[in-house]
Ligand binder design. Structure first.
Ligand code: PMP
Length: 354
């Protein structure tokens, strides 16, 4: 039976990518070798790394604008500390919009003062704070564009002269933005880009080299840039699959095209959440995420029936995170409209039955 994968991450990737990646496990580029056994220094892999780095910049519209793309390891969680290691001299400003921002703040505090410009913690992060100001004397401002757990998404970003750092782990390559307003973007691959195991970092080179502390080589963005993202053995297979996914996205028409699909999918799910009296959205309406829709059942007694119904329909990964409860429909780039239709049908079927 066909599965409809609504998992929050690792999550669905394009089927075409799985087909090509599985072929390359057996015989990569007709070399008679598996992608899993070739040297990361071989021309075949160096080409993959370069294509992945170039595609990331191209799709974000950042080519020729002083940015470099890196594929690092350690997940987005490693970037929480690498960002501070490389950029935090005295103090930094952070917007606290959820568990992941909270964790980023905790790491940054090891390196300097952290000013929390605003937080929605008191409301279990159900909205994005607004109306705050970013101090002018900080080394950088850090925010999380999409809050995977709570289903909120930043629709606008503060105008500031300080460098802007953004964790885009769960909405990178999903919507159009002027990415040149950010100085450093990072994202774990395992949502819209590829399998777990690599993290994309896109950094404007001129913000680096300004802190006085010594930085260990593996933590130093400048060293990774100097080595073409090959300072040590990169995550060969995750980088390869990310490259295939970025190629897939480019062929589909890039972010502009996928954004239209993502808008349609999100509209369908949220319309059902709003029109169906059995469900209630978790996130504030104006801050709703296009990637992760969080909602609960108004009547907990229906949980067993609903859970049985969606599982029977082939839906997987719909359970909400423990800190929100209820349900979370993650609608990443590769999720089809048909899968979203299946979920909405099950939700309306529950209304008819109840
Ligand atoms: N930031 C966000 C927005 C996330 O959703 C996650 C979890 N996927 C992380 C950071 C942590 O990522 P990782 O597990 O790659 O360290």
């Amino acid at each position: 039976m066909e599965k409809h994968n609504f998992s929050a991450g690792p999550c669905i990737l394009p089927h075409e990518v799985f087909l090509e990646a599985s072929q390359s496990i057996l015989n990569f580029n007709d070399s008679g070798l598996s992608i899993l056994e070739i040297s990361h220094r071989s021309k075949d892999f160096v080409d993959v790394m370069e294509e992945a780095r170039n595609l990331a910049l191209e799709l974000l519209g950042l080519e020729g604008k002083g940015y470099k793309a890196l594929f690092l390891q350690g997940g987005a969680s490693m970037e929480f500390l690498m960002v501070a290691y490389n950029l935090l001299e005295k103090k930094a400003a952070y917007l606290n919009t959820g568990t992941w921002s909270d964790k980023a703040i905790k790491e940054a505090k090891l390196f300097g003062d952290v000013i929390e410009v605003a937080s929605s913690k008191e409301a279990n992060f159900s909205y994005i704070p607004k109306g705050y100001t970013v101090p002018e004397d900080v080394d950088y401002f850090h925010c999380t564009s999409n809050n995977t757990i709570f289903g909120t998404q930043m629709k606008s970003f503060p105008a500031t002269d300080v460098p802007v750092v953004c964790d885009m782990s769960s909405d990178i390559f999903s919507r159009q933005m002027d990415f040149s307003t950010f100085d450093l973007i990072y994202a774990g691959a395992q949502k819209n880009m590829g399998p777990a195991g690599t993290t994309l970092v896109v950094v404007k080179e001129d913000i680096l080299g300004k802190v006085s502390r010594k930085i260990p080589s593996m933590m130093d963005y400048k060293i990774h840039i100097g080595k073409g993202s090959m300072f040590n053995t990169p995550a060969v297979f995750p980088v390869y699959v990310s490259m295939l996914t970025l190629r897939w996205l480019k062929e589909k028409g890039g972010i502009e095209a996928i954004e239209k699909e993502n808008e349609k999918k999100a509209t369908l799910v949220y319309s059902e959440v709003d029109l169906n009296p059995l469900f209630k959205g978790f996130a504030a309406n104006e801050d709703r995420s296009m990637m992760n829709a969080t909602f609960t059942l108004e009547n907990g007694d229906l949980k067993e029936t609903f859970d049985e119904m969606w599982k029977e329909a082939g839906i997987v990964g719909l359970n909400g995170h423990r800190s929100v409860g209820g349900y979370r429909a993650s609608m990443y780039n590769a999720l089809s409209m048909e899968s979203v239709g299946t979920l909405v049908d099950v939700m309306s079927e529950l209304e008819r039955k109840a």
